[in-house]
Design a protein around this ligand. Structure first.
Ligand SMILES: [Zn+2]
Length: 196
């Protein structure tokens, strides 16, 4: 978030929720230009552990049905293996299960991948809606490896989120980090710069 605020997609924005889709799912929140920290440094950073399915699997954080347990890079294979249809999918024989592999299979018309992408989109959207309802941002910034496919995913996620959020003041704006792989690195480099 600090990186994006100084150099990237959040430049000039004051009220921002950021979601980084990576191995896990990281979040950060800036309200009125202040990055939230909280009494225990947990404010705004546990968005990956918002519940998106109360009957979902146990997460290593202790909660059940976390967004990260359903729709992060690390959860792709365990969740897919729960489906009977997985073994008939092209995804069953990919060398490495990844966001990109799922999106490729989805776009190629693979039957299981259609179902799985619907699930993933539902979890990603629910997580973002929860964050919007919790923090009242003007802007949502999406980043991480998943956003290499933003050209196909963003319009779908954006429409789904808008249809599910209660924002009578208007619509939350969506931005994709211009360097999805570098958000965290940019933040660290900015912290180092400001300490010098
Ligand atoms: Zn969790």
């Amino acid at each position: 978030m600090i990186g994006e605020s100084a150099y990237g997609a959040a430049k000039g924005q004051k009220d921002v929720v950021m979601v980084i889709f990576s191995t896990g799912i990281g979040t950060a929140v800036m309200i009125d230009e202040q990055v939230l920290r909280g009494k225990h440094h947990q404010d705004g950073v546990l968005g990956g552990h918002l519940t998106t399915d109360i009957r979902g699997p146990l997460c290593n954080c202790g909660n059940r049905g976390c967004l990260e347990e359903h729709a992060s890079h690390r959860s792709l294979l365990p969740r897919a293996r729960e489906s009977e249809k997985f073994k008939d999918s092209v995804l069953f024989s990919v060398e490495e299960m990844s966001y990109l592999a799922v999106i490729d299979a989805w776009q190629s018309g693979d039957s299981y991948a259609q179902e799985y992408m619907n699930e993933l989109i539902s979890h990603w959207s629910a997580g973002i809606v929860n964050l919007i309802h919790a923090y009242d941002p003007e802007t949502v910034i999406l980043s991480g490896g998943l956003m290499k496919s933003a050209h196909v995913l963003l319009p779908i996620i954006e429409e789904r989120v808008h249809s599910m959020t209660w924002t009578p003041w208007g619509k939350v704006g969506f931005f994709v980090s211009p360097q999805p792989d570098a958000s965290v690195l940019l933040g660290l480099s900015h912290l180092l710069d400001s300490e010098q």
